[in-house]
Design a protein around this ligand. Structure first.
Ligand code: CMP
Length: 146
């Protein structure tokens, strides 16, 4: 396992909410919307603008990115994981497609709320930003494998 993959694994197990205090958690959850997706439903699509961050409450999701016309699997995410942070933080389009694998339940938090809260928690902002960088590196590594 590469260094990037090891760090990623450690981060993936870090719950987003667990990094905040009660007040920060409340601010995020006040504007959060619970959503359910059936098997195969697309939650975010590569190339779309990123308007929100998601946390998985239950079930699993598959992360894929287009590799010259063929989707390449980058990761499987499960309960407690978050996704969608890259577009929210960088203002770039979605870097990958996230699809429900079986029944998936998530909470969706609007971009501006996430950015406002992260601005008040610089340590968490740094960690979430680092997670995005590691995931981007991991994606690049996987896209270059044959
Ligand atoms: P974003 O680019 O906003 O939308 C797609 C999301 O998939 C991305 O944010 C990350 O949260 C997630 N993602 C992208 N690449 C990877 C990867 N290599 N491993 C795990 N998750 C990823």
């Amino acid at each position: 396992m590469s260094n990037t993959e090891q760090q990623l694994k450690a981060f993936t197990n870090t719950r987003f909410l667990g990094m905040l205090d009660k007040q920060g958690q409340r601010r995020l959850l006040e504007s959060a919307k619970a959503l359910f997706f059936a098997d195969g439903a697309v939650v975010v699509r590569e190339g779309d603008p990123g308007d929100a961050l998601y946390m998985i409450l239950g079930g699993k999701a598959t992360v894929t990115a287009d590799n010259m016309g063929t989707p390449r699997v980058l990761a499987e995410l499960s309960s407690g994981a978050f996704f969608g942070e890259i577009a929210v933080i960088t203002n770039q389009p979605r870097s990958a497609t996230v699809t429900a694998r079986g029944q998936l339940s998530v909470v969706k938090i609007p971009k501006q709320v996430v950015l406002d809260v992260l601005n008040d928690y610089p340590k968490v902002k740094e960690l979430v930003g680092k997670m995005g960088v590691l995931r981007t590196e991991d994606t690049l590594e996987k896209m270059m494998e044959d």
